[in-house]
Design a binder for this molecule. Structure first.
Ligand code: CU
Length: 269
Protein backbone atom coordinates (compact mmCIF):
# COMPACT_ATOMS: atom_id res chain seq x y z
CA UNK A 1 0.00 0.00 0.00
CA UNK A 2 2.73 2.46 1.05
CA UNK A 3 4.71 1.41 -1.98
CA UNK A 4 1.77 2.04 -4.34
CA UNK A 5 1.15 5.41 -2.73
CA UNK A 6 4.76 6.51 -3.00
CA UNK A 7 4.86 5.36 -6.64
CA UNK A 8 1.71 7.39 -7.34
CA UNK A 9 3.23 10.47 -5.68
CA UNK A 10 6.44 9.97 -7.65
CA UNK A 11 4.48 9.67 -10.92
CA UNK A 12 2.57 12.85 -10.05
CA UNK A 13 5.76 14.77 -9.30
CA UNK A 14 7.47 13.48 -12.44
CA UNK A 15 4.57 14.54 -14.63
CA UNK A 16 4.53 17.82 -12.72
CA UNK A 17 7.71 18.96 -14.41
CA UNK A 18 6.11 19.56 -17.78
CA UNK A 19 2.86 20.44 -19.49
CA UNK A 20 -0.17 21.93 -17.83
CA UNK A 21 0.83 20.68 -14.37
CA UNK A 22 3.87 22.91 -14.38
CA UNK A 23 1.60 25.92 -15.01
CA UNK A 24 -0.88 24.70 -12.36
CA UNK A 25 -3.85 24.59 -14.70
CA UNK A 26 -3.03 27.40 -17.08
CA UNK A 27 -2.80 26.67 -20.80
CA UNK A 28 0.56 27.21 -22.52
CA UNK A 29 0.77 30.85 -23.64
CA UNK A 30 1.12 31.34 -27.39
CA UNK A 31 1.87 35.08 -27.36
CA UNK A 32 4.71 37.21 -26.00
CA UNK A 33 2.21 39.04 -23.81
CA UNK A 34 0.75 35.78 -22.47
CA UNK A 35 4.17 34.73 -21.16
CA UNK A 36 4.36 38.02 -19.29
CA UNK A 37 0.92 37.47 -17.72
CA UNK A 38 1.74 33.87 -16.75
CA UNK A 39 4.34 35.35 -14.35
CA UNK A 40 1.54 37.06 -12.38
CA UNK A 41 -0.15 33.68 -11.94
CA UNK A 42 3.07 32.04 -10.72
CA UNK A 43 3.79 34.90 -8.31
CA UNK A 44 0.27 34.76 -6.85
CA UNK A 45 0.47 30.97 -6.48
CA UNK A 46 3.82 31.07 -4.69
CA UNK A 47 2.51 33.78 -2.34
CA UNK A 48 -0.69 31.81 -1.66
CA UNK A 49 1.39 28.65 -1.06
CA UNK A 50 3.68 30.35 1.45
CA UNK A 51 0.80 32.04 3.32
CA UNK A 52 -1.30 28.83 3.28
CA UNK A 53 1.61 26.66 4.45
CA UNK A 54 2.47 29.08 7.26
CA UNK A 55 -1.16 29.26 8.47
CA UNK A 56 -1.53 25.46 8.44
CA UNK A 57 1.70 25.08 10.44
CA UNK A 58 0.51 27.66 12.98
CA UNK A 59 -2.84 25.87 13.36
CA UNK A 60 -1.14 22.49 13.86
CA UNK A 61 1.29 24.00 16.34
CA UNK A 62 -1.55 25.65 18.35
CA UNK A 63 -3.61 22.43 18.33
CA UNK A 64 -0.67 20.46 19.67
CA UNK A 65 0.74 23.05 22.08
CA UNK A 66 -2.60 24.00 23.68
CA UNK A 67 -4.33 20.61 23.60
CA UNK A 68 -6.58 19.80 26.58
CA UNK A 69 -4.56 17.89 29.14
CA UNK A 70 -6.93 18.03 32.08
CA UNK A 71 -10.76 18.44 31.64
CA UNK A 72 -10.87 21.13 34.33
CA UNK A 73 -7.90 23.00 32.95
CA UNK A 74 -9.27 25.98 30.94
CA UNK A 75 -6.63 28.18 29.28
CA UNK A 76 -6.35 31.82 30.26
CA UNK A 77 -9.35 33.70 28.74
CA UNK A 78 -8.17 36.72 26.75
CA UNK A 79 -10.55 39.29 25.21
CA UNK A 80 -8.21 41.00 22.81
CA UNK A 81 -4.58 41.65 22.14
CA UNK A 82 -3.91 44.96 20.40
CA UNK A 83 -0.40 44.26 18.99
CA UNK A 84 -1.55 40.93 17.49
CA UNK A 85 -4.68 42.49 16.00
CA UNK A 86 -2.60 45.26 14.42
CA UNK A 87 -0.32 42.60 12.99
CA UNK A 88 -3.37 40.76 11.58
CA UNK A 89 -4.29 43.96 9.74
CA UNK A 90 -0.87 45.07 8.57
CA UNK A 91 0.39 41.73 7.18
CA UNK A 92 -2.57 41.19 4.76
CA UNK A 93 -2.32 44.82 3.61
CA UNK A 94 1.38 44.33 2.85
CA UNK A 95 0.70 41.04 0.98
CA UNK A 96 -2.10 42.57 -1.08
CA UNK A 97 0.00 45.66 -1.89
CA UNK A 98 2.83 43.48 -3.21
CA UNK A 99 0.42 41.39 -5.33
CA UNK A 100 -1.26 44.58 -6.58
CA UNK A 101 2.09 46.16 -7.47
CA UNK A 102 3.28 43.27 -9.63
CA UNK A 103 -0.15 42.81 -11.26
CA UNK A 104 -0.35 46.52 -12.14
CA UNK A 105 3.20 46.54 -13.55
CA UNK A 106 2.52 43.55 -15.83
CA UNK A 107 -0.91 44.83 -16.88
CA UNK A 108 0.45 48.27 -17.74
CA UNK A 109 3.24 46.68 -19.70
CA UNK A 110 0.71 44.61 -21.68
CA UNK A 111 -1.24 47.81 -22.45
CA UNK A 112 1.80 49.67 -23.75
CA UNK A 113 2.48 49.23 -27.41
CA UNK A 114 6.25 49.07 -27.71
CA UNK A 115 6.36 48.40 -31.44
CA UNK A 116 4.42 49.45 -34.52
CA UNK A 117 1.86 46.82 -35.59
CA UNK A 118 2.49 44.78 -38.72
CA UNK A 119 -1.20 43.95 -38.99
CA UNK A 120 -4.32 45.83 -37.85
CA UNK A 121 -7.58 44.00 -37.26
CA UNK A 122 -10.92 45.48 -36.35
CA UNK A 123 -12.96 43.06 -34.22
CA UNK A 124 -16.70 43.70 -34.21
CA UNK A 125 -18.81 41.85 -31.65
CA UNK A 126 -22.53 41.55 -32.29
CA UNK A 127 -25.41 39.41 -31.07
CA UNK A 128 -24.34 36.65 -31.68
CA UNK A 129 -21.10 36.31 -33.53
CA UNK A 130 -17.99 38.19 -34.63
CA UNK A 131 -16.70 40.06 -37.63
CA UNK A 132 -12.98 40.47 -38.32
CA UNK A 133 -11.97 43.33 -40.63
CA UNK A 134 -8.43 43.38 -41.99
CA UNK A 135 -8.03 47.15 -42.06
CA UNK A 136 -5.08 47.24 -44.46
CA UNK A 137 -5.99 44.26 -46.63
CA UNK A 138 -9.60 44.94 -47.60
CA UNK A 139 -11.00 41.69 -46.22
CA UNK A 140 -13.93 41.00 -43.88
CA UNK A 141 -14.66 37.65 -42.24
CA UNK A 142 -18.12 37.41 -40.72
CA UNK A 143 -19.43 34.63 -38.52
CA UNK A 144 -22.96 33.57 -37.72
CA UNK A 145 -24.30 31.96 -34.54
CA UNK A 146 -23.41 28.29 -34.83
CA UNK A 147 -20.97 29.01 -37.69
CA UNK A 148 -17.95 30.44 -35.88
CA UNK A 149 -15.61 32.64 -37.92
CA UNK A 150 -11.92 31.87 -38.18
CA UNK A 151 -9.38 34.67 -37.88
CA UNK A 152 -6.13 33.98 -39.71
CA UNK A 153 -3.00 35.69 -38.35
CA UNK A 154 0.75 35.48 -38.99
CA UNK A 155 3.24 34.27 -36.36
CA UNK A 156 5.86 36.76 -35.16
CA UNK A 157 4.08 39.90 -36.37
CA UNK A 158 2.75 42.44 -33.82
CA UNK A 159 -1.03 42.57 -34.33
CA UNK A 160 -3.08 45.50 -33.13
CA UNK A 161 -6.72 44.75 -32.42
CA UNK A 162 -9.44 47.39 -32.37
CA UNK A 163 -12.60 46.16 -30.69
CA UNK A 164 -16.09 47.53 -31.26
CA UNK A 165 -19.60 46.37 -30.46
CA UNK A 166 -22.77 47.10 -32.40
CA UNK A 167 -25.13 46.29 -29.51
CA UNK A 168 -24.21 45.15 -25.99
CA UNK A 169 -21.02 44.43 -24.05
CA UNK A 170 -19.16 41.35 -25.25
CA UNK A 171 -15.64 40.23 -24.39
CA UNK A 172 -13.03 38.81 -26.71
CA UNK A 173 -11.05 35.90 -25.32
CA UNK A 174 -8.60 33.55 -27.01
CA UNK A 175 -7.84 30.99 -24.34
CA UNK A 176 -4.07 30.41 -24.86
CA UNK A 177 -3.48 34.18 -25.30
CA UNK A 178 -4.15 34.27 -21.50
CA UNK A 179 -5.88 37.55 -22.19
CA UNK A 180 -9.40 38.87 -22.60
CA UNK A 181 -10.79 42.33 -23.17
CA UNK A 182 -14.32 43.72 -23.10
CA UNK A 183 -15.93 44.86 -26.34
CA UNK A 184 -18.00 47.90 -25.42
CA UNK A 185 -20.54 49.79 -27.54
CA UNK A 186 -19.60 53.43 -28.12
CA UNK A 187 -15.85 53.04 -27.71
CA UNK A 188 -12.87 51.37 -29.34
CA UNK A 189 -10.77 49.13 -27.10
CA UNK A 190 -7.28 48.53 -28.38
CA UNK A 191 -4.71 45.90 -27.53
CA UNK A 192 -1.73 44.36 -29.21
CA UNK A 193 -0.26 40.87 -29.20
CA UNK A 194 2.48 39.02 -31.03
CA UNK A 195 1.68 35.37 -31.58
CA UNK A 196 4.75 33.17 -31.05
CA UNK A 197 3.36 29.72 -31.93
CA UNK A 198 1.60 28.45 -35.03
CA UNK A 199 -1.64 26.57 -34.33
CA UNK A 200 -5.39 26.66 -34.10
CA UNK A 201 -6.66 28.37 -30.94
CA UNK A 202 -10.19 28.49 -29.59
CA UNK A 203 -11.83 31.78 -28.68
CA UNK A 204 -15.14 32.80 -27.19
CA UNK A 205 -17.23 35.66 -25.90
CA UNK A 206 -16.66 35.79 -22.17
CA UNK A 207 -19.23 38.38 -21.16
CA UNK A 208 -22.80 37.13 -20.83
CA UNK A 209 -24.51 39.09 -23.60
CA UNK A 210 -27.88 37.46 -24.22
CA UNK A 211 -29.69 34.25 -24.97
CA UNK A 212 -27.23 33.03 -27.63
CA UNK A 213 -24.09 34.12 -25.81
CA UNK A 214 -22.80 30.54 -25.81
CA UNK A 215 -22.80 30.51 -29.62
CA UNK A 216 -20.34 33.42 -29.87
CA UNK A 217 -17.40 31.17 -30.60
CA UNK A 218 -14.51 31.75 -32.99
CA UNK A 219 -11.06 30.42 -33.67
CA UNK A 220 -7.67 31.91 -34.47
CA UNK A 221 -5.45 30.15 -36.98
CA UNK A 222 -1.84 31.30 -36.58
CA UNK A 223 0.38 30.48 -39.55
CA UNK A 224 4.01 31.16 -40.47
CA UNK A 225 4.22 34.41 -42.49
CA UNK A 226 4.49 32.81 -45.96
CA UNK A 227 1.58 30.45 -45.35
CA UNK A 228 -0.42 33.32 -43.90
CA UNK A 229 0.16 35.42 -47.04
CA UNK A 230 -0.99 32.56 -49.24
CA UNK A 231 -4.08 31.93 -47.09
CA UNK A 232 -4.99 35.63 -47.07
CA UNK A 233 -4.69 35.81 -50.87
CA UNK A 234 -7.03 32.79 -51.08
CA UNK A 235 -9.60 34.39 -48.79
CA UNK A 236 -9.43 37.69 -50.68
CA UNK A 237 -10.04 35.85 -53.96
CA UNK A 238 -13.02 34.15 -52.30
CA UNK A 239 -14.32 37.57 -51.18
CA UNK A 240 -13.99 38.97 -54.69
CA UNK A 241 -15.72 35.98 -56.24
CA UNK A 242 -18.69 36.62 -53.93
CA UNK A 243 -19.58 32.94 -53.68
CA UNK A 244 -19.36 32.69 -49.89
CA UNK A 245 -20.94 35.52 -47.90
CA UNK A 246 -18.71 34.86 -44.87
CA UNK A 247 -15.89 36.47 -46.84
CA UNK A 248 -16.42 39.96 -48.25
CA UNK A 249 -14.22 42.88 -49.31
CA UNK A 250 -13.75 45.35 -46.48
CA UNK A 251 -14.53 48.89 -47.59
CA UNK A 252 -14.97 50.60 -44.21
CA UNK A 253 -12.68 53.19 -42.59
CA UNK A 254 -9.02 52.18 -42.36
CA UNK A 255 -8.39 54.22 -39.23
CA UNK A 256 -10.65 53.26 -36.34
CA UNK A 257 -11.16 56.01 -33.77
CA UNK A 258 -8.42 55.52 -31.19
CA UNK A 259 -9.29 55.94 -27.52
CA UNK A 260 -8.84 59.40 -26.09
CA UNK A 261 -5.59 60.13 -24.25
CA UNK A 262 -5.93 59.45 -20.58
CA UNK A 263 -7.68 56.10 -20.94
CA UNK A 264 -5.86 52.99 -19.87
CA UNK A 265 -4.52 52.25 -23.33
CA UNK A 266 -1.41 54.14 -24.35
CA UNK A 267 0.35 54.07 -27.66
CA UNK A 268 4.05 54.73 -28.21
CA UNK A 269 3.93 54.30 -31.92
CU1 CU B 1 -21.17 38.15 -26.52
Amino acid sequence: MTRTLSLAVLAFLASGCKGQWSRVGWPAPVTKEGRNLLGVWYGSLVTAGIVGGFVILLILWAVWRYRLRDPGDLPRQVRYNLPIEMLYTIIPVVIISILFYFTAIRENDTDQFHVKPGLRIDVVGFQWSWQFNYLDDGLSITGRPGDPPQLVVPVGVPIRFYEQSTDVIHAWWVIPFLFKRDVIPGRVNVFQVTVTHAGLFQGKCTEYCGVDHDRMLFSVLALPKDQYDARLAQLKALAQAGTDDRFTSYTGPTTPVEPHPGTDQRSHS
